[in-house]
Design a protein around this ligand. Structure first.
Ligand code: HXC
Length: 508
């Protein structure tokens, strides 16, 4: 090889590495943001990144590599495909070359069965490229959809993500945002002002907090870029590389037969008193390690990943500490999406139920709680992964059915001795059943208390369900962990028959 040929290659590589130039790199740093290449170094195992299409560009005088860095690398030794938009080049905007580079990486990820992690920091469609830019987005969305349920797709938002660009992250499985530097919206504050006269800041319109708490677009929010990459790596540790693999197991570091005596007194006897279901989860799972998804959105329902005897599981649980753990619109959406993700990727589901039921009222009814709640039923019934449920206290009405009941095809149903399972809570039931008697009773309050106690004794307990076989066992709370682990072991070879179809029609 001639010296000149090598020089030429080195010169091109150097141009590519410089992206939009030193000045723009400094601007990026001044904003508290890393460059695309620095981000990939933080995300991937050291020295594992192999770049693809480093020399792609449209015209001779354009930046070599265009405004995105793509390639593959390793996370904990496992293959992942990555792209990182480079804001120093034309604001990371998406044109023909940028789009083609991402699509090539997506095709490779899908073909080779490895997760895709996209680092987004872009001004959106490159205005000067017109319809080529729109085509690039369309090509990406198409691939996001084809890859859905085949490989895990993770979007990390590290700067602007505006216009139709938001729909790629929205189709992917998980979206991470960084507080203060990332934002997502369909139309920015200026357009909002022009169209609706509403004054709103970038942060209030589409910042990380808004999407974590209100819209549910962000599954995870991190204080800075360093921590966001740590969390992406942690999330991937629970996930298989594709839908044909089982999630990665670890040697259990926590004894499978460990009892948790604190659980015996965790659910208070008084049905009105709250408790923290996170503490229950931590007591059950390996090393108390629970990676919560959507922690700030619909916090009356908890979802997230953990391990039992080294094996990843997905947990869905009510949080009695917030709104008594009712099921509402947002909780239903949150739960259904998570259940479907776990089912796509062979992650067994463990449900911990304690809910008084669906939240009543016009806000919920007019907002469509019927179709949103239906998503939970659909997702649980459709899921063929091992399903285990424990009723820790209340399971009333429709919520009893929804929360992974035997009737939705759950494999193992357990309950703690204080569980209350009935059509409705004692107070409501007594009001309906004894309305006439109570309206004419001399000492209505005393009679009501008597009837309520009787109802609780006769119906609001786990034994009617256990008698019918709707529960497989009533267990001592401290034994929950070993019972779940033993049940999971029996379900390793689970096979389920389903009628052939193209796909179901999830209520949306
Ligand atoms: C071309 C763009 C660009 C774009 C930014 N740049 N966005 N170039 N197309 N979409 C360029 C800027 O001209 C500038 O170049 C450089 O990137 C850095 O941008 P700044 O504006 O200096 O940075 P900042 O002040 O941080 O503002 C960032 C920004 C702003 C908020 C993202 O650039 C912006 O509002 N851009 C337009 C956003 C937008 O409306 N995009 C289209 C959305 S619609 P120079 O050389 O001047 O420094 C869309 C449709 C997708 O994306 C459809 C998919 C279906």
């Amino acid at each position: 090889m001639s010296h000149i040929a090598l020089e030429r290659l080195r010169a091109l590589e150097a141009r590519a590495r410089l992206g939009g130039g030193l000045e723009r790199i400094e601007q990026q740093h001044a904003r508290g943001k890393y460059t695309a290449r620095e981000r990939l170094e933080l995300l991937l195992d050291p020295g594992s990144f192999y770049e693809v299409d480093a020399l792609a560009h449209r015209d001779e005088d354009e930046v070599v590599g265009d405004s995105v860095v793509t390639g593959w690398g390793r996370i904990e030794g496992r293959l992942v495909y990555v792209y990182a938009q480079d804001f120093t080049v034309l604001g990371g905007s998406v044109g023909l070359v940028h789009g083609r580079k991402i699509c090539k990486i997506m095709d490779l990820a899908l073909r080779n069965g490895a997760p895709l992690v996209g680092l987004n920091d872009s001004g959106g469609a490159r205005i000067q490229e017109g319809v080529d830019a729109l085509a690039a987005y369309g090509d990406i969305f198409y691939r996001n959809t084809l890859a859905s349920g085949v490989i895990p797709q993770i979007s990390v938002i590290l700067g602007p993500c505006a216009g139709g660009a938001v729909y790629s992250p929205a189709i992917t499985d998980f979206t991470f945002m960084v507080r203060g530097t990332s934002y997502m919206f369909i139309t920015g504050p200026e357009v909002v002002r022009a169209v609706t006269r509403e004054e709103v800041t970038f942060e209030a319109l589409g910042g990380a907090e808004v999407h974590a708490r209100k819209s549910g677009i962000a599954h995870f929010v991190c204080p800075d870029e360093q921590s966001v990459f740590r969390e992406v790596r942690r999330l991937l540790s629970f996930l298989p590389s594709n839908n044909a693999e089982d999630p990665p197991r670890r040697d259990p570091s926590d004894r499978p037969d460990r009892l948790a005596p604190e659980l015996d007194s965790m659910a208070p006897e008084s049905p009105e008193r709250a408790y923290d279901m996170r503490a229950v989860i931590r007591a059950i799972v390996d090393d108390g390690d629970f990676m919560e998804v959507h922690a700030d959105f619909a916090p009356n329902l908890l979802v997230g990943f953990a391990r039992l005897a080294g094996r990843p599981i997905g947990i869905v649980a009510q949080q009695p500490d917030i709104l008594a753990g009712v099921l509402d619109i947002d909780a239903s959406d949150k739960g259904a999406r998570f259940i479907r993700f776990c089912d796509c990727f062979n992650i067994p589901l463990v449900t911990l139920a304690d809910t008084p039921g669906f939240l009543p009222g016009t806000v919920q009814e007019h907002g469509g709680i019927i179709r949103h709640g239906a998503k939970m039923i659909f997702a649980y019934a459709e899921a063929t992964v091992p399903k285990i449920a424990v009723i820790t206290r209340k399971a009333y009405g429709g919520a009893y059915i929804v929360m992974s009941s035997k009737h939705l095809g759950t494999d193992v149903n357990l309950a703690w001795p204080g569980a209350e399972i009935a059509v409705m809570g004692p107070e409501g039931a007594v009001s309906v059943l004894y309305r006439k008697e109570l309206s004419s009773a001399e000492d209505a309050e005393a009679r009501r208390a008597e009837l309520t106690a009787d109802y609780r004794q006769r119906f609001a307990n786990p034994y009617v369900a256990a008698r019918r076989g709707y529960l497989d066992a009533v267990i001592v709370p401290r034994e929950t962990r070993p019972r779940l682990i033993a049940a999971l072991e029996t379900l390793e070879g689970k096979r389920v028959w389903r009628p052939a179809k193209k796909h179901g029609n999830l209520p949306v």
